[in-house]
Ligand binder design. Sequence first.
Ligand code: CA
Length: 724
Amino acid sequence: MRNLMTSGAIALAVLAGSCSSGPDAPTAATGAPVHEAGAAAVDQARLIHADSEPGSWLAVGRTYSEQRFSPLKQINDKTVKGLGLAWYADMDTERGQESTPVIVDGVMYLTTAWSLVKAYDARTGAKLWEYDPAVDKAKGADACCDVVNRGVAAWHGKIYLAALDGRLIALDGKTGKEVWSTQTVPPGGHHTITGVPRIANGKVFIGNAGAEYDVRGYVSAYDAETGKQVWKWYTVPGDPSKPYENKAMEMAAKTWKGDRYWKLGGGATAWDGFLYDPATNLVYFGTGNGLAWAQELRSPGGGDNLFVSSIVALNADTGEYVWHYQETPGDEWDYDNTNPLMTADLPYPGGVRHVLMQASKNGFFYIMDAKTGKLVSAAKYAPATNWADHVDMTTGRPVINPTARYSSLGKPTLIAPAALGMHNWHPMAMSPVTGYVYIPVQVSAAAYAMKDDFKPNPEGTNTGTDFAGGQALCKAPGAQCGNIESYILAWDPVKEKEVWRVKNDVYGSSGILATAGNLIFSGNHKGEFAAYDATTGKRLWSADTQARVVAGASTYMLERQQYVAILVGARGLPDTAKRTNPLSANNSRVLVYRIGATETLPDTMTKLPPGAARIKIDPPLLTASNETVFAGEQAYAANCAMCHGPAVVPGAGSIAPDLRYSGLLPIRNGWDPTVRNGDRSTRGMPAFGDKLSKETTDAILAYVIKRANDEKAAQQAAASGSGH
Ligand code: CA
């Protein structure tokens, strides 16, 4: 198979030669489509030889190696200053937009929040078709971290989508009509899917999410033509009174204690990073946290708890276990190992090695031999990481900070990173020209404490942690908790060291694209899309996006013009942005740039849909007692803060509206039916049902009214202060 890879490089050289032989030679290298537009004519050979048609972006990671590197260089460190907006398209969803546009033969395919798919003419932006899987909006309650989707796969005429509710769906590439749909998760459970299907050997590989709830993780493969399941592989062992599904589960069961884990589900869901490697014919994926997070609550007495927080390699054809490497043995800090994976041929002094790489949530950059899984290196890419001091290269195990194990020690601990990790799902990129990997780093720390009175909750999350329990640690002199800083890091994987970093003005991560034009492209949470010198990190160009950016970009060439495309929109508007998209409160759009283009984004929203305008803060007077407000504060923190923000102030991690501005505050009998009965479930507000009493929702309302009055008073004070 390695020879096949080499012949791909030769094909590239030959094509490049034929391109220069005649200005009108219609080759893939010039960006002329090689197949009929919309035919989604992607096959294994085309993906393996993707470098021979740099004008395309055939899969979310562009190639099977998923380096998110483009050989295109019309847009480069010299010309990028002339980059302008070529076209844009308004999205009709809000929430987080996380997908990377895929471009096949002149057609751009992307997904939006709520698992919608859209196809555009990649040159003009004309919409060709759209598909809405009509996900039940109540399903949003099972999505720990927003109702997002990270993109599609193209294969043999079809476009593949995994919807939030667990359906794997094949669409006709030309029309967007559904060809088949398979439910891949148990109905009625808490599994969701936000990840991207990967396809090879005629099989579609997909995982799922839900390890904060009560699920048992697994990955599966489906026949790309029929949607029939080919194999399924669980990531954690199940009920020990039943036969093990395979030898790997028998091995894994020895690393667990007690019987709580399988009753809770065990977790370890593979919700993002997936990669197929034609050189090894293995499919790799990362697994998430165990259930509960606090290890004493799932495996009292410890144990590694396989295959929690691990990288696993399976035979792509049979789903048989081949190797694993557990990055965080016995994880209890939510250090999912689900971050994006990439393969590379790294030039070590002793020779080239074919490796698999990941910048883990846990702060270490792992390099493994792609064939055997043997650890090649594990270096701390985020220096603030303190849950482990280093990885012992003889054992391959982390040397864990003695105070880190809060559940077995029975003592809260202050640990970096916090649960969102030093890096999360946001795509990293690698340039084989510079040799660097570009990582969106987000530095955080948190106080972890075990919930002493933990009882499994069949309706909600079961992390078993008490986020208020260790707050005293955060108040100690010199201690830092929460989100600290974020930056783009250029990392030399061979030398295991930082080359440069560019700090973000506003905290938050965005995906990265690298190109042969000595550029990297990345958005940010200030509301910009920018290009940086890939060698030095110098900022060379930026554009106002009017939206926060979390997704990764892609680039393609059509009619000898190189384009860069980025989907924007997430988590409210940037501080300085106004709403200009009448269809999306966070200005979700796809923005497409090329040299010399002069399109502009609107500076006002001309037509407001009913009730869509940002309203003035105007809460009713607070009439509730202090006791009620206090009870409401506790209930809010436990049930509402995760989506609406702590203390009713949405932050960079909040996905739902600012309740201080809610039109429901003054409406008698408007609040409780929304919270408990799901009156706004079609807009993504789940029904809490009997989980909360009327008394509790009234108390939450009183607390929100208090917080709204606090804000109103602060705004009035600021306004009067500014008059002097
Ligand atoms: Ca997790």
